[in-house]
Design a protein around this ligand. Structure first.
Ligand code: C2E
Ligand code: MG
Ligand code: MG
Ligand code: MG
Length: 288
């Protein structure tokens, strides 16, 4: 669900682009083997209740630990994986691993948290995502409430009927749906009345600029109003500063995600983060 390149626009060829194309070609060639070799990892970023600071869930974010190039970020390989169709086996690995890890944390005594997994529009077009998700939940013995699927608005513009059927299927399972990067797509808002999504995630580009740019404040307020009117949860992404926190608290936004509370973390670090924040919550409850 990385940003799409504009199609059919005339571009001037530059040597730098040549390098980028070489790079992409190299990545495409190595992706397949990387999946089989187990070179991918998931990091987890906490989702926070803004009022209390408690961790209420996490988003799984994939990384490629390449044996020669080191750690590669998803913006560099997800678009390539989407174009080559390899997003299907990769996305399936991500779903299984996120569910497996969630089960492991529950077994280790962490409170039951909902894990959010990004699913690409290409996966919806190429496979029965409902079946894939159901198998992952079963394999990890997780209830559907343990999972949120994040999709982008671009998905609505693809194959309307088929995608709607799959999204309904996911909701039928009892899995939550979130619209990621909300406000950055070009789709009409009318899908909100048809699609039973649970959550809108305000794109971090609005949050990043909002302390300088009044328009981004207006857009952010409009999104919060849409969420309120439709009875949806809303998560502010890219919260980096105390000013961001203050703004969203004052605007009545309940949930946030961002470097202010925690970067995407290795599983062991996330475990510690939740264990520590749970014990502080407990302390607060005792003191109060
Ligand atoms: P996303 O789903 O919108 O994820 C949020 C991105 O914002 C993550 O980047 C996260 O590290 C970053 N972020 C979180 N808090 C902050 C902050 O306070 N400031 C800033 N500047 N950034 C913040 P990441 O991990 O590099 O992922 C980029 C994108 O790659 C994701 O955007 C998502 O679209 C895609 N992606 C990641 N993992 C997967 C996956 O497993 N499957 C698919 N299909 N796409 C994935
Ligand atoms: Mg994104
Ligand atoms: Mg996401
Ligand atoms: Mg996002």
């Amino acid at each position: 669900n990385a940003k799409q390149e504009p199609v059919g626009r005339v571009r001037v060829y530059t040597p730098r682009m040549g390098e980028q194309q070489q790079e992409r070609k190299a990545i495409r060639g190595e992706l397949r083997r990387a999946i089989d070799d187990g070179q991918f990892r998931l990091l987890y970023q906490p989702k926070i209740d803004i009022a209390s600071g408690a961790c209420v869930g996490m988003e799984a974010l994939v990384r490629w630990d390449h044996p020669q190039r080191g750690r590669i970020s998803p913006d560099q390989f997800i678009p390539v994986a989407e174009r080559s169709g390899l997003i299907v086996p990769l996305g399936e690995w991500v779903m299984n691993e996120a569910c497996r890890q969630n089960r492991a944390w529950r077994d280790a005594g962490l409170p039951p948290l909902k894990v959010a997994v990004n699913v690409s529009a290409v996966q919806f077009l190429c496979q029965d995502v409902v079946d894939m998700v159901e198998r992952a939940l079963d394999a990890a013995a997780l209830p559907p409430q343990a999972l949120e699927v994040e999709i982008t608005e671009s998905i609505i513009m693809t194959d309307g009927a088929k995608v709607m059927r799959l999204l309904d299927g996911l909701r039928g399972l009892g899995v939550s749906l979130a619209i990621d990067d909300f406000g950055t797509g070009y789709s009409s808002l009318s899908y909100l009345k048809r699609l039973r999504v649970n959550c809108l995630k305000i794109d971090q580009s609005f949050v990043r600029e909002m302390l300088r740019n009044e328009d981004d404040v207006r857009i952010t307020r409009a999104i919060l109003n849409i969420a309120r009117d439709f009875g949806l949860e809303v998560v502010a992404e890219g919260i980096e500063t105390a000013d961001h926190v203050d703004f969203f608290r004052a605007e009545g936004c309940h949930l946030g995600q961002g470097y202010f509370w925690g970067r995407p973390m290795e599983p062991t670090d996330f475990h510690r983060f939740v264990a520590d924040s749970a014990s502080t919550e407990g302390l607060r409850a005792v003191v109060a």
